[in-house]
Design a protein around this ligand. Sequence first.
Ligand code: ARG
Length: 445
Amino acid sequence: MAKRVALAYSGGLDTSVAVKWLGEELGVEVVAVAVDVGQGGDFESIRRRALDAGAVESIVVDARREMAEQFVVPAIFANALYEGRYPLVSALSRPAIVRHLVAQARAHGADAVAHGCTGKGNDQVRFEVGTRALAPDLEILAPARTWGLTRADCIDYAARHGIPVEATKEKLYSIDENLWGRAIECGVIENPWARPPEEPFTLTKSTATEPREMVIGFEAGVPVSLDGRRSALAELIGELNSVVGAYGWGRVDMVENRRVGIKSREVYECPGALALILAHRDLEGLTLERDVSHEKARLEPRWAELVYDGLWFSPLREAIDAFLATTQQHVSGEVRLALAPGSCAVVGRRSPLSLYVHDLATYDAEDTFEHKDAEGFVRLWGLGVATWAARQGGAENSTPLSTRADGSQAHLGPVSGGAASGGPVPGGAASGGAVPGGAADEEGS
Ligand code: ARG
């Protein structure tokens, strides 16, 4: 049984009660660890609150820069959107927190870590799987999963033990926030048909009315500037949250599949994150070679799923990240975004490393494309399909045109194909029989 435990402490009701409960019920000493990942709040008062609740030590770690550079950057590289929509706000912060939790457990001689997550969510998975990857010897305690206290019970418990909390018995929403955005759950949102009320939103209140443009600069896949002004990523995201959020853009309302098998209705507001992913993906369109781009697109949802599922610390995430990192070396340039109430759209992009060659793309006089090369290329490209058409009837049986007025089917060509049809068979007699369907049919001769 553990003697000293490092608790991931948020300053809220559950983790404040957890500090006391762990001491009272399990007889362990609690080292409270609050990690700043950009959620805002007064960390000095959070630190003191943990001591007031009975923690033997209370530590605050500023991990904002780390969160941006080590967790958000790979997510941008991966254009990471779980189930195509959710930019992994909470999922990215948990491994950032776990690292510090484990480090503080070591520094303070704890033999266990604890978190305040319930048994129904993804965050318990992320805390525990992450801890097992980093420190398999540490015990893991999840008081909120075992204590059987309702929210009202927690408030009574806090009152009985003189724990200062601001919570009220009706909690309207469960909100998790960091520099990458906000996740809002519970309350009326639990009805998937109910339109989310305005009240829980803070980043996407629509106030701007004048359309404007902005330019985001990237270097090797990393966002580095807004309208030509360079800033560190954490600040850049903050700026984008306010600029883009003011147009009321950046909300996601979805029913998502949690790792624990529950479907839940979730509402997010992540204006900066969504604008950055939009711009980054667009710049990749200009700078990534086709095969790399397509292969990358296949791996992106896998990356998002791994991180969502709590497998940040896993060999597959590391391997995919190595691939993603190599793809980013030429993703430098600028993306132009147009903002208007309720919308944010890419309207231009440029890069010194662009693979867009105007003289190849143009239909004007500067055209340098070798048109004659296309002829042989296209013939060979279609050879397999032409052979199929000649030998097996091709698509004409499966894709008839719509029924004619007299009720008969319109066909694309002669019904009986092959050598006898004399139709557009590749190669034909002149090919010397090398191409199927020609006059010299090897089966017939
Ligand atoms: N559903 C999201 C996720 O699993 C958000 C979780 C937010 N957590 C919270 N306590 N509100 O990543």
